[in-house]
Design a protein around this ligand. Structure first.
Ligand code: FAD
Length: 405
């Protein structure tokens, strides 16, 4: 069978390898100059390719659909697939799996080598602009001329990560064939807040508990590293809650507990123990918080940093410990699709068969990866979705020959 895969990213390369192993003639059409452009920058150049704590709970999307797809080409099969390609992986205590080489390029390379060994026809710098069906055949229009196929796999990715090649082209191709597309939101993205109290902290990292509140109600929470920036907040704990912010409408507030290991009473005790130290306010929180953070907390409360700590009253101590436990920042937005790692939303999965990923609207059309309305948490879950769904789409419905183990 003649098969075309549109998009040579994570899901597309996986789909092409699977389809080629089943003796199909496979062509990959990729818009960029090389395959796996986004994959090559994942995980800060290290590629967090999956997570040993894999479970559908780490995904947003229709739960049964996600479970069905992840159960097929699962974590174990993914790791042994890469191992057979010669990619040695290591897992961190957090469960995140990386190539032992610590280079995302290694993941792209072993996939490229596999495509080449399977004689997959790879055409780069080739943008698909239109798909038509004629008598059971797909005709794919590109800037390098038309291509014909019996089956088509669309793996054009999502809109997130514009600099790494994210675009809306795939959604347009599929919706022109009669599919629909949900509203799209950036996820795993940096957050903009009122920056008066983050800008002076630019570059400071803190271990914090993060809560997102909508009109007083907690809508999401996380903990871990938070980075202060000139526009607001970044870091893994912020990425974890970012989806609830971009999809959560207006009036949101981020609340940081800057000392999650200690209670308010513990903090009051620490501050009280310094009252007779002869220090000025500048050093009241030295050793408790990052110096810049401690001073910003105090300035935010209106204290002069040159005042002696001995002037603090009981009420002052209560308000300082409250500010450390509840550092509030009104949300003003996010860095959008440019800064996002993944797109929330996409082509509704109800329009695809969960057993095969074949379209229920256009027979012979398959889709996989980020273009579908499934997105995962930070930690390797999005690439696992690309591997699992890419493999399933690459089977082209031929589940009996799913022999990869
Ligand atoms: C900076 C960054 C870091 C990330 N880090 C991680 C991480 O460490 N772990 C993790 O799990 N996830 C990570 N992600 C998310 C992950 O990279 C994506 O979810 C994943 O790559 C999606 O795979 P995909 O194959 O669906 O799409 P992509 O990998 O984006 O591939 C889609 C391909 O289709 C091509 N294409 C699009 N339209 C056309 C067209 N019309 N014609 C021809 N070709 C076309 C594109 O050029 C692209 O190469 C990160 C994302 C970003 C932006």
């Amino acid at each position: 069978m003649e098969v075309i895969v549109i998009g040579g990213g994570a899901a597309g390369m996986m789909a092409a390898i699977t389809a080629a192993k089943l003796k199909n003639r496979v062509t990959v059409l990729e818009r960029a100059e090389r395959l796996g452009r986004k994959l090559a920058v994942t995980g800060n150049g290290r590629c967090n390719l999956t997570n040993i704590n894999m479970s559908p709970e780490h995904y947003h999307g229709q739960r049964e659909f996600v479970t069905s797809v992840l159960n097929g080409f699962n974590l174990k099969r993914t790791l042994s697939f890469f191992r057979r390609l010669g990619l040695i992986t290591v897992s961190e205590p957090s469960g995140r799996v990386y190539p032992h080489s610590d280079q995302a390029g290694s993941v792209v390379d072993v996939l490229r080598f596999a495509l080449s060994a399977l004689k997959v026809n790879v055409i780069t710098s080739c943008t698909v602009s239109d798909i038509a069906t004629s008598g059971g055949t797909f005709v794919v229009q590109t800037d390098a001329g038309p291509f014909k196929a019996d089956k088509l796999i669309v793996t054009c990715g999502g809109a997130a990560g514009t600099r790494a090649g994210g675009s809306r082209l795939g959604y347009a191709l599929i919706t022109a064939l009669g599919h629909s597309c949900t509203r799209l939101y950036p996820s795993l993205v940096q957050i903009k807040t009122e920056n008066k109290y983050t800008r002076p902290l630019k570059g400071v990292r803190a271990d914090a508990a993060v809560m997102v509140l909508s009109h007083g109600r907690t809508v999401s929470s996380s903990f871990g590293e938070v980075q202060f920036t000139d526009y607001g907040l970044s870091g893994p704990a912020i990425f974890d809650v970012s989806r609830s912010i971009t999809t959560g409408g207006s009036g949101l507030l981020v609340k940081l507990d800057l000392m999650r290991e200690l209670t308010r009473d513990d903090l009051k005790e620490i501050i009280e123990s310094r009252l007779g130290s002869g220090l000025t306010m500048e050093n009241l929180l030295t050793g408790t918080l990052h110096n810049k953070l401690g001073r910003t907390v105090l300035s935010r409360l209106g204290y002069s940093l040159s005042a002696p700590v001995s002037m603090l009253s009981h009420d002052d101590i209560v308000s300082i410990s409250n500010m450390i436990k509840s550092y509030e920042l009104p949300v003003t937005g996010s860095l959008g699709m440019d800064g996002a790692q993944v797109t929330a939303g996409g082509i509704p999965v109800e329009e695809f068969n969960p057993m095969t990923l074949e379209s229920r609207i256009v027979p012979g059309l398959f889709a996989a990866g980020e273009i579908l309305d499934v997105d995962g948490d930070c930690g390797g879950y999005n690439l696992q979705w690309a591997w699992s769904s890419g493999h399933l789409a690459g089977l082209l419905g031929d589940l009996q020959h799913d022999t990869e183990n």
